[in-house]
Design a protein around this ligand. Structure first.
Ligand code: C5P
Length: 228
């Protein structure tokens, strides 16, 4: 078992876990894994290369051979910047289709373990605490109602100047939740030893404050140095 500490942050899309994970990683000066981005990359690259995302063997073969690179918040496959593609609503749907295939999850598992580097890792996803880093020292499950999550996403997209429909977003979120919670492998659910936080009525700053206090209760402090 690795000595390098992990904080696992799981939950449905729009719960605020991505922002939370980034802030916790910044506060601790630890590495960050956005595992959803890996599934988004696999899903979007399937479409780019004419591979059917429902074809498990083909999607897994593609996932095993991918050359992925992150530069800050930008994601590259080979040398193509595919950040905007993977961040779209369709990117999320494609991710959840390929993520339901056990062979794809196996390929992505190896990639994820590679992110565990000193001084520590904050890992954001659906199965960080239940499967990928089951030995994590602190596990958070961040939830929020589907309506609140759709509303947050709606505001985000509107601020970007995009025209979107709130009922359409709610439908997409509900459909993706059902697929993520209902799948046979690594379904979205809190680990038995996770601290469950419902952010429906909370601001992100309130969530960060609560989690940082759990982080210090667990004896994790800011690292002076972080190897790249
Ligand atoms: O977190 P994000 O919305 O980027 O995740 C996109 C999709 O990837 C999720 O809806 C889920 O189907 C899949 N996923 C997963 N396991 C993870 C992270 C994401 O199955 N650890």
């Amino acid at each position: 078992m690795s000595q390098i500490p992990v904080i696992a942050i799981d939950g449905p899309g729009g719960s605020g876990k991505g922002t939370l994970a980034r802030k916790v990683a910044e506060n601790l000066n630890w590495h960050l894994l956005d595992s959803g981005a890996l599934y988004r990359i696999v899903g979007c690259t399937c479409v780019r290369r004419g591979v059917d995302p429902n074809d498990e063997a083909a999607a897994a073969e593609l996932a095993e051979k991918l050359t992925i690179r992150f530069e800050g918040e930008r994601a590259f496959v080979d040398d193509d910047d595919i950040t905007d593609e993977i961040r779209s609503e369709d990117g999320g749907t494609l991710a959840s289709i390929v993520a339901a295939h056990p062979q794809v999850r196996k390929a992505v598992l190896n990639l994820q373990h590679g992110f565990r580097r000193a001084p520590g890792l904050v890992a954001d996803g659906r199965d960080m605490g239940t499967v990928v880093f089951a030995d994590a020292g602190l596990k958070i499950f961040l939830d929020a109602s589907a309506e609140e999550r759709a509303e947050r996403r709606y505001k985000q997209l509107k601020n970007k100047g995009l025209s979107v429909s709130l009922p359409g977003l709610l439908e997409q979120i509900t459909e993706r939740d059902a697929r993520d919670r209902g799948r046979a492998i690594a379904p979205l659910k809190p680990a038995e030893d996770a601290v469950v936080i419902d952010s429906t009525q909370m601001t992100i700053d309130e969530v960060v404050t609560q989690v940082m206090s759990l982080v210090s209760d667990h004896g994790f402090g800011r690292a002076a140095e972080r190897a790249e």
